[in-house]
Ligand binder design. Structure first.
Ligand code: ZN
Length: 306
């Protein structure tokens, strides 16, 4: 029986959503560097679980982010499939050139809604980051490679507080005008609440992706509220890995395992096999050498496989 014929579940949620696993980039970037072959293996395990969009690496200075050194090799060594999209985070033109050379399927550029966070995180003003986004799009467009603009601090900034939804909408629109093909709103510093999610989506619209962090324990609730109003695209991270070196008390991303387990139970399709995803979690835990934040990785599924 397929629920693909209906476009909503009995709980009023979308029948199907798509997840991008950002663990191999957003997650691993703050861990001690692990070998390229292990990064490749993790990505292969994620693909085997049914995940079809994966942030596989970033093309940034290896001095600034040692754990992402060798990303070109990661892209070269993951066996490519037509139905799998490997995305690469790039900060500037040079990074975009390297990512295109490595045959990234899609590029991601960050534009912050917070001026201070932008300076601290990428040492660029918002205007400069939008300029960089334009340059990246000008390179990727002719190569037929989509560019996603991630608006960090969309839900609030530790420096400037709540940023007006209209400001976030304008920023997203500028990114689209400069050639970005999609927009994701990121809760980089864990300031999203269901109220903030609704306020922002009411103004920006629901044709956006959401990138949610667990910093204040509201990531799953925020995702649920977003699904209720029609958002169908989310960034999650295997094991709940992640955090930001620039945000006090930052915690990881919404854990892919936890979200998939909840979605399975309420009948929202993801195309992901939880049991196989947990095999990736087990491998990941050994690679990073510490317990994962994911609750389902720790406790297992609520029901044994039928
Ligand atoms: Zn993140």
């Amino acid at each position: 029986m397929s629920s693909a014929q209906s476009n909503a579940t009995p709980m009023g949620l979308p029948a199907r959503i798509s997840l991008r696993d950002v663990g191999p980039r957003d997650g691993l970037q703050i861990e001690a560097p692990i070998a390229v072959e292990d990064r490749v293996r993790l990505i292969e395990l994620l693909i085997a679980s049914g995940i079809r969009r994966i942030e596989a690496g970033s093309f940034v200075s290896p001095k600034a982010v040692p754990a992402m050194a060798g990303s070109a090799e990661v892209f070269a060594r993951v066996p490519r499939r037509a139905d799998v999209t490997l995305t690469a985070l790039v900060p500037n033109r040079r990074g975009a050139e390297a990512a295109l050379e490595a045959h990234a399927d899609e590029l991601t550029v960050i534009c912050s809604a917070s001026e201070t966070y932008s300076m601290q995180n990428v040492r660029m003003t918002i205007a400069q980051s939008l300029e960089a986004a334009g340059e990246i799009c000008a390179l990727a467009g002719p190569a037929g490679v989509p560019v996603e603009a991630v608006v960090s601090c969309s839900f609030g900034s530790p420096y400037e507080g709540d940023i007006a939804p209209e400001e976030v909408r304008k920023l997203a629109q500028v990114a689209l005008d400069r050639g970005a093909t999609r927009v994701t709103l990121a809760d980089t510093t864990g300031m999203a609440t269901p109220r903030r999610v609704r306020e922002l989506l009411d103004v920006v619209g629901t044709d956006v992706g959401l990138h949610l962090h667990e910093t204040r324990g509201t990531a799953m609730l925020n995702a649920y509220v977003a699904m209720q109003v029609g958002v169908t695209s989310f960034d999650t991270s295997v094991g709940g890995l992640g955090g930001s070196p620039f945000a006090a008390g930052a915690a990881g991303n919404l854990a892919t395992e936890d979200f998939v387990a909840m979605l399975d139970d309420i009948g929202v399709e993801t195309g992901i096999d939880l049991e196989r995803l947990l095999e990736a979690s087990t491998a990941l835990e050994a690679l990073v050498g510490h317990p994962l934040a994911s609750r389902v990785a720790a406790a297992g599924p609520r029901l044994p496989r039928a």
